[in-house]
Design a protein around this ligand. Structure first.
Ligand SMILES: Nc1nc2c(ncn2[C@@H]2O[C@H](COP(=O)(O)OP(=O)(O)O)[C@@H](O)[C@H]2O)c(=O)[nH]1
Ligand SMILES: [Mg+2]
Length: 348
């Protein structure tokens, strides 16, 4: 009996010492600890308005930046850039854009800066020409287009909120008469914001709704009409013709309308979205992109691909379902959010 108790003490003692050894040998570094603490904190707390984008881009940041950081812990300026190229490509940067970035990094002869800083600068240069257009003439009509489910209706509501906060007079136009639920969804946004929403019967002519929306904003002070349309594939000719008709009818009343045609792209598609943009551009005169759902994805690197491989500005980004989760795209804020460096040399 005594012998058994003695044996139990020996075994417990052995495991306890082993546990203490492991804790001593592999302590959680303060950086890892911060990372863990912040993720616990971020999932339990609603972020402040100014931090919402940072919070939403957490997945992309962890997937992209954290892996880059690990790559450069031993050597801040490695000669072989293949591992960097591989991380870029696995973060939804296309091979063409990754090649371009690597070339820019190799050409950058700035002394005393790390490779990560060079990547930050090259990425910023790639997308810094992007800007959203804030209306300067009125009425200003925005046509929202894209395939099903990308976030057109939600982004229409968020845009209306954004413009309302800036003192514009937004009016929503529910030209997705294909699905009754879409009109209902947009009307709810309008109700919440206390703004008009032009609607029609299910199946009615979307061009007529667009026309009435233009009429409704014409006499408003700083009137902005935001017309939501049905989801369509760029390959469906009849639906693309419908978009053309909407434009024709608007132009009868105002030759400059629509001032913007925003193509709404689902950020979770990653670089697969590229072909969608290029095909849509062939069919409609898109003026800018809204990239949505960046909160739910680690594929935010696709923004670099879209900026490099299309001629279109990324006008807005959507990063959540609330009315605050849409912002004009700002290249520097975005780069700093996905590639946060302590000693950044980015121009202020
Ligand atoms: N997480 C997240 N969800 C979004 C975002 N934008 C839209 N959604 C959601 O995506 C779904 C489809 O959006 P909807 O606006 O109806 O797409 P539409 O078919 O293009 O009009 C809805 O459940 C939205 O709440 C976003 O930026 N982040
Ligand atoms: Mg919709």
């Amino acid at each position: 009996m005594n012998y058994n108790i003695f044996l139990a003490f020996i075994i417990i003692g052995f495991f306890a010492s082993f546990f203490l050894y492991i804790v001593w040998k592999y302590p959680i570094s303060s950086e890892e600890k911060n990372l863990k603490d912040s993720s616990v904190e971020s999932s339990s707390k609603e972020p402040l308005t100014e931090n919402r984008l940072d919070f939403a881009l957490e997945k992309t940041r962890t997937h992209f930046f954290q892996r880059l950081k690990n790559l450069f812990t031993q050597d801040k300026n490695p000669k072989d850039l293949k591992p960097l190229w591989e991380i870029l490509v696995s973060s939804d940067v296309s091979t063409q854009t990754a090649d371009f970035l690597i070339q820019k990094i190799e050409e950058d002869s700035t002394p005393d800066i790390s490779l990560l800083e060079k990547l930050q600068i090259a990425s910023l240069n790639l997308i810094s020409s992007q800007s959203s257009s804030i209306p300067t003439t009125y009425p200003h009509i925005i046509l929202m287009v894209g395939v099903n489910g990308t976030g057109k209706t939600t982004s229409s509501g968020k845009l209306a909120k954004y413009y309302q906060d800036l003192g514009y007079s937004p009016v929503l136009g529910a030209a997705d008469t294909f699905r009754a639920a879409a009109t209902e969804q947009l009307s709810q946004w309008a109700e919440k914001l206390g703004i008009p929403c032009i609607t029609g019967k299910p199946g009615s002519d979307p061009a007529a709704i667009a026309y009435k929306t233009l009429e409704a904003v014409e006499n408003l002070d700083k009137g902005v009409g935001i017309i939501d349309t049905a989801g369509r594939l760029q390959t469906k000719k009849d639906l693309m013709d419908e978009l053309e008709k909407i434009q024709r009818v608007l132009q009868k009343k105002n030759p400059l309308a629509p001032q913007e045609i925003l193509l709404v792209i689902d950020g979770t598609y990653g670089q697969n979205a590229l072909s969608q943009v290029l095909n849509f551009q062939d069919a409609v005169k898109v003026t800018g992109l809204i990239v949505t759902k960046l909160d739910g994805t680690a594929k935010g690197g696709m923004i670099l691909t879209l900026a490099h491989e299309t001629s279109l500005p990324i006008s807005w980004i959507g990063f959540g379902e609330s009315e605050k989760d849409l912002r004009p795209f700002d290249a520097k804020t975005f780069i700093q959010a996905i590639l946060p460096l302590q000693h950044s040399t980015l121009p202020s």
